[in-house]
Design a protein around this ligand. Structure first.
Ligand code: SF4
Length: 366
């Protein structure tokens, strides 16, 4: 019989002891209950020496400077570069995962870059990045690392962006979003059946996070829904989703409908047809949402921003290139002066389509 693996990591902050001797991780609504030496579903948190540890602190699956529009965020410093990184593992089990090589990785398979919070912030400044994105996998599961990086970033004038599925316990959520300036949250579908069957999660918990972000924080919020043919793209479901965003979050929250490509355990489906994306956009606009976008397809019309006051195209986009800019320095339409929600400056960035990988110190594999 082999000895159980020893879990090396930094202490987690959200857990408590149960009467039966197990320890419950309280980071996300899975609430994994662990015996000594066991890992949670996300694989990167586990119980060692009678406490929960995060095994991926300070270790990343890769760094890259991306356009902010790729997160996607269309109303947050358009055209600027964002230093993006993630770790390994995930707390959802989506069968359609578009990043599965990272999210499903056991950490030693992928974690090759070692970087301290100070290293990451220095790299952001050196590359001219205006923000750091916690992305590729979900910052929920590397919360302590993300918060430490974000704390340093904030001190140095760099913004923080969470790209997340929003599946997080309220106490952990409050800490994470104390340090975030913007978030793109996946709203993967609008039925509990979808979340249960394809992600083994709960829609209700994600809706709570969206409500919290919009009404109890100053975090700039955008939402993404990946449209999967036959699973979440019926006009009825898209109408309900849009209606919920409109009534609960308001007309100013940007909503992105993005195209699925066959991946991971859903290789038998086609890509999302362009018509499905434009139909979804029309449905959401009809219920009153002012800023609805298409993504992962070439669609200048669906990716551009239009003034809700005069209807003019105020930010033109061709993929990640900004082709039109008609905004004033205080974020108003340059034609009719309607205020446009988000964070804008007098001029957009000119980062364009570039993706520039960054290398930190390589970790020796154990
Ligand atoms: S963060 Fe990981 S270990 Fe903690 S409850 Fe969620 S899946 Fe389980």
């Amino acid at each position: 019989m082999t000895d159980p693996e020893r879990l090396e990591g930094v202490p987690g902050r959200y857990w408590h002891r149960l009467e039966d001797g197990r320890i419950q991780c309280d980071v996300c609504p899975r609430y994994c209950r662990l015996n000594e030496g066991q890992r949670g579903l996300c694989f990167v948190r586990g119980r060692q020496d009678d406490r929960i540890v995060l095994t991926t602190y300070g270790r990343s699956s890769g760094f890259c400077v991306d356009p902010i529009e790729k997160k996607p965020l269309n109303h947050y410093l358009p055209g600027t570069p964002v230093l993006s990184f993630g770790t390994a593992g995930c707390n959802l089990t989506c069968k359609f995962c578009q990043n599965w090589d990272i999210s499903k990785a056991r950490e030693f398979d992928r974690l090759q870059d070692a970087a301290s919070p100070e290293d990451i912030v220095e790299a952001a400044i050196a590359t001219g990045s205006r923000s750091i994105a916690y992305t590729y996998n979900d910052p929920v599961i590397f919360l302590e690392y993300a918060v430490d990086v974000a704390r340093v970033a904030r001190r140095r004038g760099i913004k923080n962006v969470a790209v997340t599925a929003g599946y997080i316990d309220p106490a952990a959520r409050e800490e994470l979003y104390t340090f975030m300036d913007a978030a793109n949250v996946d709203l993967k579908a609008f039925t509990e059946a979808f979340y249960n069957r394809l992600c083994t999660g709960r829609l209700g918990a994600v809706l709570e996070t969206l409500d919290y972000l919009r009404h109890r924080t100053k975090v700039w919020l955008e939402i993404t829904t990946l449209l999967i043919p036959g699973h979440n793209d019926s006009p009825k479901e898209l109408g309900k989703l849009s209606d919920w965003v409109m009534t609960r979050l308001g007309p100013d929250v940007p909503l992105h409908f993005t195209a699925f490509h066959p991946d991971y355990k859903m290789l038998d489906l086609p890509r999302t047809p362009a018509l499905t994306l434009t139909t979804a956009r029309d449905i959401a606009r009809k219920v009153g949402l002012k800023f609805v976008y298409t993504g992962n397809v070439h669609d200048e019309r669906g990716q551009s921003t239009y003034c809700p006051g005069c209807g003019e195209r105020i930010i033109g986009r061709d993929w990640y290139d900004i082709t039109t800019w008609q905004l004033t320095g205080d974020g108003r339409c340059g034609i009719c002066s309607t205020a446009i929600p988000g964070l804008f400056e007098a001029h957009p960035g000119n980062w364009g389509q570039r993706r520039v990988p960054i290398r930190f110190g390589r970790l020796e594999r154990s």
